[in-house]
Design a protein around this ligand. Structure first.
Ligand SMILES: C[S@@+](CC[C@H](N)C(=O)[O-])C[C@H]1O[C@@H](n2cnc3c(N)ncnc32)[C@H](O)[C@@H]1O
Length: 234
């Protein structure tokens, strides 16, 4: 696999990471089932489950038939758990990092998940025109506040009426700022579902009628063609 010299400071959101591959296996129990994952260098939390991600999974409320988006899936912990919790629903896992998306696909297969697919791409590009009951994310805070706000603005337009954006973050990542922003701009109520070790899990619910409207300052949709923006795995 990718065996070029390791760059000095490669960000975890690199599209094509060049870090030397160092695969590892990790397991965790979810709803009584032991899930198995392969992780690797060059992706977010490539050594084990991030504590914020763990809190997100613990607090994620998912209906059996829900359509769920795991935005910025990394190696796929959230998406695989969500697919198990929604056996008659469907999960789309997306990531801009191709190595992460490859690992997520491997982990979907390892855990015998049939109700999920993995796509490569940034932001909501891989799911243009699609809506979900739940968008779950541990967002890539390090890409910067404006880009995270752009994700939040676009999220509402991808939720079904009554759908929910569920996100985790900690104080140093500005989670209080994002909570306040959602409380001011999101079309429905915002709730804190869980807290722990400095992290907060926020749930922002779309009102039953105006999910399509989005926050008051939502960006206009881009005009790039769907085919050019979306790339399925593998
Ligand atoms: C904080 S990590 C969370 C990964 C995984 N969900 C987890 O909790 O372990 C954020 C993920 O978002 C991905 N990412 C970064 N920028 C992105 C973008 N613009 N669109 C989609 N995903 C992005 C990164 O590659 C990374 O895998």
């Amino acid at each position: 696999m990718d065996d070029e010299p390791r760059p000095v400071a490669e960000p975890y959101w690199a599209e094509r990471p060049r870090s030397r591959s160092a695969p590892a296996e990790r397991r965790f129990l979810y709803r009584g089932e032991l899930l198995t994952f392969v992780l690797d260098a060059g992706v977010f939390s490539g050594h084990g489950l991030d504590p914020g991600t763990g809190l997100l999974i613990e607090n994620l409320r998912v209906g059996e038939t829900d359509r769920i988006l795991d935005l910025g899936c990394g190696w796929g912990a959230v998406g695989v758990a969500a697919a198990k919790a929604a056996p008659r629903g469907h999960v789309v896992l997306t990531d801009v990092n191709r190595r992460a998306a490859r690992l997520a696909l491997e982990n979907v297969r390892r855990n015998r998940v049939a109700n999920a697919d993995v796509r490569v791409g940034a932001s909501f590009d891989p799911v243009e025109g699609e809506r979900f009951d739940v968008i779950a994310t541990n967002p890539p805070y390090r890409i910067g506040r404006e880009r995270i706000l752009d994700l939040l603005r676009r999220a509402s337009g991808h939720l079904n009426p009554g759908g929910r954006l569920v996100m985790v973050g900690k104080g140093s990542q500005g989670i209080r700022f994002y909570q306040e922003w959602l409380e001011r701009n999101w079309p429905g109520p915002v709730e804190v579902l869980g807290r722990g070790s400095g992290y907060r899990v926020l749930e922002a619910r779309s009102s039953s009628s105006d999910a399509a409207a989005g926050p008051s300052d939502a960006s206009p949709p881009s005009s790039r063609s769907r085919a050019a923006r979306r790339s399925a795995m593998p």
